[in-house]
Design a protein around this ligand. Structure first.
Ligand SMILES: *Cc1c(COP(=O)(O)O)cnc(C)c1O
Length: 431
């Protein structure tokens, strides 16, 4: 440390316990935290020198692994120029190159990019775009949202109001949150024959409320944090058709699913649909820095810019941060420069092979894999701290929640490490 005041692990953990909130954690009955001092490839190094295979990609984001020479170089090069400059009235090469790249690889009609600093903010911006669009075209009453049960869109107020009211853990705030509409979660699983009944709850809600609806917001194909539900592309196709029929915008939240996670570059491609607004984040910078983006089509852009305000009413201080956009540009290029489809297909095969023995266990309800996402769903909720300790002792890092033990490893993980990881997961629930 630069102040020459090196902390022992004991001091570090004591100070952490005394002063730092961790995500969704108590400060009184604090769960254990594990001190990580460095990371390389797919391995996290703990303070005592032990190493963990990272099965979480630091919450979906570190697709190329830690300490990657290409991303490190991009960071160093950008640092030499400038780490930050404001974006109001100013532009810079990293933002421009990244925006052009995102426009090129996302569905064709999306051609405008709004940069922000986190996924939740990208969702806030998407909601604002939708509401401001209808206001601008003279339909102020269209300001409500329709979404799906089991969904997750972030922790800020606008985003929170679209999370599943039960699994979203936000019911304490329900008095101050805007009230939106929730359709039943999609039940036809990915790869199964579509049951038309599946769309009926959504259909009824949009039929009855479209005159008040600004947009539908959903996670395409994979509902992530709300329950790891992999659903039928047919459902998504029906949603797009109904949004067109009833004049409601469609927001696709691809913050978790984007950049190949589900086997397609963007999950919307499974259904061959284009949203009006698209959110990306999480692995956008390869997990190096926080950055997100909201893309939209001409319809939304024109509606907003020809309307009353004429401008989109948003502008974060660190918008399009040069360091983050430079690393992001390098990360997306790095992904596209490889045969990422084969890499993700291989991950799907290896995860399926490794996790399938769990199907035979009495306490397991379901095992499912899609692209680089592997899930074991238990019949009963897990004791997270206990199972995490067991896995850390085996050199594995995952973070189960509720009934779900899941892994979303970095794309660079070797087959050998996947077998260690999956064997560890299966073993941890077996005994
Ligand atoms: C993680 C996530 C978010 C929120 O992103 P943050 O960067 O944590 O604010 C929003 N939507 C989805 C689908 C996510 O997975």
């Amino acid at each position: 440390m630069s102040d020459n005041n090196t902390l022992s692990t004991e001091q570090l953990l004591a100070l952490d316990k005394a002063h730092i909130w961790h995500p969704y954690a108590s400060m009184i009955d604090a769960p254990p935290v594990y001190p990580i001092v460095s990371a390389e490839g797919v391995r996290l190094k703990m303070a005592d020198g032990a190493e963990l295979i990272d099965g979480m990609s630091s919450w979906w984001s570190v697709i190329h692994g830690y300490n990657h020479p290409v991303l490190n170089q991009a960071a160093k090069d950008q640092l030499e120029d400038m780490s930050h400059v404001m974006f109001g009235g100013i532009t810079h090469p990293s933002a421009v190159k990244l925006a052009k790249l995102l426009v090129d690889i996302t569905p064709a009609s999306l051609n405008k990019v709004f940069f922000s600093d986190s996924g939740s903010v990208a969702v806030e911006v998407a909601i604002k775009m939708a509401i401001q669009y209808w206001y601008s075209v003279g339909r102020k009453e269209k300001h409500q949202l329709l979404t799906l049960k089991n969904g997750y869109h972030g922790d800020t107020f606008g985003a929170m109001a679209t999370c599943d009211p039960v699994t979203g853990m936000h019911h304490m705030f329900s008095e101050v949150l805007p009230k939106h509409l929730f359709a039943e979660k999609p039940r036809t699983k990915f790869g199964e024959e579509f049951d038309e009944e599946d769309i009926s709850s959504f259909k009824t809600l949009i039929e009855e409320n479209h005159q008040y609806l600004a947009a539908v917001i959903l996670e395409p194909i994979v509902q992530g944090t709300g329950g790891m539900n992999f659903y039928s592309p047919e459902y998504l196709k029906r949603v797009r058709q109904l949004c067109d029929q009833y004049d409601v915008l469609l927001i696709a939240d691809e913050i978790a699913t984007g950049f190949g996670r589900t086997g397609k570059l963007f999950a919307c491609e499974h259904a061959d649909i284009e949203p009006d607004i698209l959110c990306v984040g999480k692995c956008l910078t390869g997990g190096y820095l926080s950055l997100a983006a909201t893309l939209c089509n001409d319809k939304v852009t024109t509606g907003i810019c020809e309307g009353e305000a004429g401008v989109l009413m948003h502008g974060p201080t660190f918008m399009a941060n040069p360091l983050a956009t430079a690393i992001s540009y390098a990360s997306v290029q790095l992904l596209l420069s490889q045969d990422w489809q084969s890499v993700v297909n291989n991950l799907e095969t290896q995860l399926s092979k490794g996790l399938s023995p769990a199907k035979d266990l009495d306490n397991v309800a379901d095992v499912r894999v899609l692209g680089s996402i592997g899930v074991i769903e238990l019949k009963q909720p897990v004791d997270m701290a206990a199972i995490q300790k067991k896995l850390v002792d085996r050199g594995i890092w995952v973070r189960p929640f509720g009934k779900l033990i899941y892994t979303i490893p970095p794309y660079v993980i070797s087959n050998e490490d996947i077998s260690i990881l999956t064997a560890g997961l299966v073993d941890s629930i077996e005994n």
